[in-house]
Design a protein around this ligand. Structure first.
Ligand SMILES: C[S@@+](CC[C@H](N)C(=O)[O-])C[C@H]1O[C@@H](n2cnc3c(N)ncnc32)[C@H](O)[C@@H]1O
Length: 252
């Protein structure tokens, strides 16, 4: 008898931003394997399940990716309903594609339940539309983790052509700002850093590209999303402070 593996996106953190399908998969789960950024409240939605943390903790490497994939396959083959719960969307910088490939190649039944990526949710909650008529006709999402990944893209884009959204880029913000300024992006281009979006500890910095490198951020290891582009200036007018109370609570 074969079980089922659901690769589930948990959204940016606020349980209210989970999809109904994700909540249904959690309710039916017998085993949940989750990452570091998944809040504890979401695990409460899987009351029948055993929960295992398989992410990285405080900079230390977590369980090897191959071991996670073997566990998914073996648990499904043992007939279990397994939820692999990942922050945001499972296919955005989350290695969800590798897990789906491993399951498909092992012939194990699986499904993908998309989640709201922080690449979209963090700007939206801060009042930053990633596209806006007259300001940005598109957006590019990049990982700041390794310059080999983002640098060629940044160097190929005409200055100001699209909104840039960087994940895993807090430590690289000075380098990113220097490269963009060197490419001819105006120093006054609006920029934002959105920390722990949708959670009670969320925080925001807004300024210019010239100021981004030296932006003073709260201490701690909150995850953060960087936005560079004219649209970041809209946060002043349509950010959480201008929104109705329920939206303010969610954006916090
Ligand atoms: C390994 S990536 C996973 C991205 C995830 N799959 C997604 O779609 O949001 C982790 C990065 O996502 C971003 N991130 C995740 N949660 C966030 C949040 N609540 N607020 C801001 N950025 C967040 C940060 O850039 C963090 O370093």
């Amino acid at each position: 008898m074969s079980g089922l593996v659901s690769l589930v996106g948990a959204g940016p953190g606020d349980p209210g931003l989970l999809t109904i399908r994700a909540a249904q998969a959690l309710a039916a789960a017998e085993l949940v394997l989750h990452d570091a950024l998944v809040p504890r409240e979401l695990l409460a939605l899987a009351p029948r399940a055993r929960h295992f943390f398989v992410g990285k903790r405080a900079g230390r490497p977590g369980i090897r990716q191959e071991s996670i994939q073997r566990l998914l396959v073996s648990q499904a083959r043992a007939g279990r309903r397994v939820v692999r719960l990942k922050a945001g969307d499972p296919f955005v910088f989350g290695r969800g594609g590798e897990e789906a490939l491993a399951l498909a190649r092992a012939g194990v039944p699986f499904e993908v339940i998309p989640g709201l990526s922080s690449a979209l949710a963090a700007p939206a909650l801060a009042g930053i539309p990633v596209t806006h008529r007259g300001l940005a006709s598109g957006f590019t999402v990049l990982s700041g983790h390794d310059p080999a990944a983002w640098l060629p893209v940044v160097e190929a884009l005409p200055p100001g052509a699209v909104t840039l959204v960087f994940l895993m880029a807090l430590g690289a913000r000075a380098d990113i700002a220097t490269r963009l300024l060197g490419r001819g992006w105006p120093a006054a281009t609006p920029a934002a850093v959105l920390l722990a979006a949708s959670t009670p500890s969320s925080a925001r910095w807004t300024g210019t590209l010239a100021e981004l490198g030296s932006a003073a951020l709260p201490a701690g290891d909150a995850p953060g999303t960087l936005v560079v582009g004219q649209v970041a200036a809209l946060a002043a007018e349509i950010g959480p402070e201008s929104q109705a109370a329920p939206a303010r609570a969610s954006a916090r």
